[in-house]
Each structure stands twice: as C-alpha cells, then as structure tokens.
Design a protein around this ligand. Structure first.
Ligand code: ATP
Ligand code: MG
Length: 360
C-alpha cells in the first residue's frame, strides 16, 4: 500500500517547484533548489512539477512537457532532493489545486492579475505579444492555489516569484476575511489562530535571487537559451561561460565588478578570499583579463555540477522508476491538498458531504 501520510507533519511545511518547460539550470540551484535540499532535514517539504502550467505557453508540445517533467525529477534527484524525505508530485494529479484555482480566481480583480510584473515580463521576453492564451495569465492565479493547497509557512523561490507570492498572500488574506471571519486588522502571522483556513506564506529568496543568464541581460531561464544546465559537460560549461558579455576591451581597463561575469564569480567561486582578490584586481585593471576570470568561473561551476552529473547517471532511462516516485508523492500530496480543500469548501458553504480520492 502506498503511504499517503505526510513524511513528518509536525514540521513546518514548505512548498515550491518548477514548470517543466526544460531542464534545471544553475539559476534554479542558487535561487531555490540548494535551499530545498537543506530544508529537507527540518521541514515537511512539497515540490510541485507544474506540468499543467507548462501548457499555458506550449499546449502544442505535450510530448516535450511529459519528457521535461521526468527529466526535472532526474535533476532533483541529481541535485540531492530525496523522495524519502520530501514529497515530489505532479500538479496534474492533484485535482484540489484546480478546484482552488477556480475559487481563488474570484478573489482577484482581473486587472490586479494583469499588473503582475513577472507576468508582464514573461509576455515580453517570451515574445507572447497579443497572442497569448486565456490560460496564460490564469497560471498566476493557479500558482496561488499550488501554494495554498499545502498551507505552507514558506516558499523558497527566486526573486522573479516574489510578485506571485504577493498575489498568493492577498488571496489567502481575502479568503480568510471573506469566509472565515478574520477581521482586516489581524496581523498576517495570526490569520490561522484567528480561524483562517490559510496561513499567509512568506517568500524565502535564496542568496542569489536572480542569476543573470549567459547573455548577460535576462534572468537565466530554461526557455531563453541562456542557461547552463546541470547536465552540461565541462566543455559545454567552458563554452557558455566564455560567451558571457562584459563589454570590457582590455585586461588593464578598470572593470565593473557588478557585471554579469562577477555575478558568477560571487555565486560559484567558493573561496571568499579569492573572490575579494579577483574583484580588487579587476576593478583596478590590474592585468586580469576576462578570459582568465572565465576559466576560473567555469572550473568552479564544473566542481559544483560534476557530482550532480555523476549521480544523475543512476536515474537515466528508467521512466518507470521516476513515475513510481511521482505516484508516491501524488498520494501524499493529495492527502494534504484534499484536507485543505475540504476546509476551504466548508468555509465557503460548499461542504455538502465528504469525498475521497483514490489512485489506481
Ligand atoms: P521558464 O523560462 O519556463 O519560466 P524558469 O527557468 O524561469 O523557466 P521556473 O520553473 O519558472 O524556471 O522557476 C522555478 C524556480 O526557480 C522559481 O523559484 C524561480 O524563481 C527559480 N529561478 C528560475 N530561474 C532563476 C534564476 N535565474 N535565478 C534565481 N532563481 C531562479
Ligand atoms: Mg519562470
């Protein structure tokens, strides 16, 4: 019998995850996954694969979404997420999320959703123009349900997700006020104590909240062709790092240590003393060429990724093993999300009778 009980329900809960629109890259590691790996020891962790949301921009590429979903689970395992200590699950197999999305869509003014800067930015950088689907902006509402279905205290994410978290916090407050009698003077931290169904979850942004891509301009993003993936070889890493644009002409020209290359220096070179030395010499134009710095950065990235690449090998090919991990996770995720949905339905007068979900 698969186990549907939370792994350790007495621990504070967190929820975060990824959209299967490609594989995981260094931005994911520094922005969110590194923190997730640590939190597995102290928190009840839920990691969602937002595969329905992947359809909002690529409904015509269902095969790719399926493949990327399984590949991201492999990336998780390679990066140190342990399915025995954390719940990894599919958005598409947790129906409570879709039901909450519908309810939450009524709590957000349409214009409020469209004002979300992350959504606006995505429309621009992904060239969605005026042609995006009705479902595209709905993902922002759906994400509030992804999170709140698990009633987490915190959501470890990159900086770009903070506006989504703000929307989530608004939905939670509004729901608690509208349906649970929580008055609007109640502090965020007291909502549950005052009878609210939902906590007001906090965004927990990693040390590097927005790793710039190798184009030196946009956020590193799996769908923008500017990412270093955790499956990249040492050679691919060197090649990608060598392309980071700085605009600097010569090793004796004082360099800007706020540039894209130095973001990588700070994010991936481990020795603080070495970072300080590189910054000092670069800023003074002390005969330190970009090429030299790039070689050191590429080596540091390879040291980080090499063990991940190695661990990942053990999970290549065997889809059934990956699907079994997801099935187990969905069983546990449904137990938690169904409990939340029942509370929410009771609160808004939709609790007519109990139901149970069963998986074959
Ligand atoms: P897409 O291009 O499809 O939006 P993405 O690369 O932005 O993909 P997401 O699945 O949207 O990846 O993001 C998953 C998580 O990783 C989020 O918490 C996000 O904030 C974080 N993240 C993604 N890219 C970066 C980055 N470059 N720096 C820091 N965190 C990041
Ligand atoms: Mg994104």
């Amino acid at each position: 019998m698969p186990d549907s009980t939370p792994l350790d329900a007495s621990r504070p809960r967190i929820l975060t995850g990824d959209t299967p629109t490609g594989q995981l890259h260094l931005g994911h590691w520094v922005g969110s996954v590194k923190r997730r790996v640590e939190l597995q020891d102290t928190h009840d962790c839920y990691f969602i694969l937002a595969n329905l949301h992947a359809f909002t921009t690529r409904a015509d590429r269902a095969d790719e979404i399926r493949r990327d979903t399984l590949e991201i689970v492999r990336d998780y395992l390679a990066m140190g997420i342990d399915p025995k200590r954390a719940t990894i699950f599919l958005q598409s197999e947790v129906p409570a999320i879709s039901e909450l999305t519908f309810l939450f869509a009524m709590l957000l003014p349409f214009n409020r959703v469209m004002r979300n800067p992350t959504l606006k930015d995505e429309i621009k950088v992904k060239n969605l123009g005026e042609t995006y689907s009705f479902g595209f902006p709905l993902y922002a509402v759906g994400q509030t349900a992804d999170i709140l279905a698990f009633r987490p205290v915190g959501v470890p994410v990159g900086e770009d997700q903070v506006p989504h978290l703000e929307l989530t916090r608004e939905v939670a407050r509004r729901f608690n006020q509208m349906y649970c009698g929580v008055v609007d003077t109640v502090e965020d931290d007291d909502h549950e104590r005052e009878g609210g169904v939902f906590p007001i979850p906090r965004a927990e942004v990693g040390k590097v909240g927005r790793l710039v891509g190798t184009d030196g301009v946009n956020k590193m993003s799996k769908s923008l062709g500017n990412a270093i993936f955790i499956t990249d070889t040492a050679k691919q890493i060197r090649k990608k790092v060598s392309k980071i644009y700085t605009g600097r002409q010569s090793p004796t020209e004082p360099g800007d240590v706020g540039n894209a290359l130095f973001q990588y220096v700070e994010a991936f070179i481990e020795d603080e003393g070495r970072i300080a030395e590189l910054k000092d010499r670069y800023a003074r134009g002390d005969d330190l060429g970009d090429g030299h710095v790039k070689v050191e950065v590429a080596e540091a990235i390879d040291r980080l990724i090499a063990p991940m690449r190695e661990r990942r090998k053990a999970f290549e090919g065997d889809d059934d093993r990956i699907i079994a991990i997801l099935r187990d996770g969905c069983e546990r995720a449904n137990a938690t999300a169904e409990a939340t949905l029942a509370l929410a339905k009771d609160a808004c007068g939709l609790g007519f009778f109990k139901r149970s979900l069963s998986m074959a």
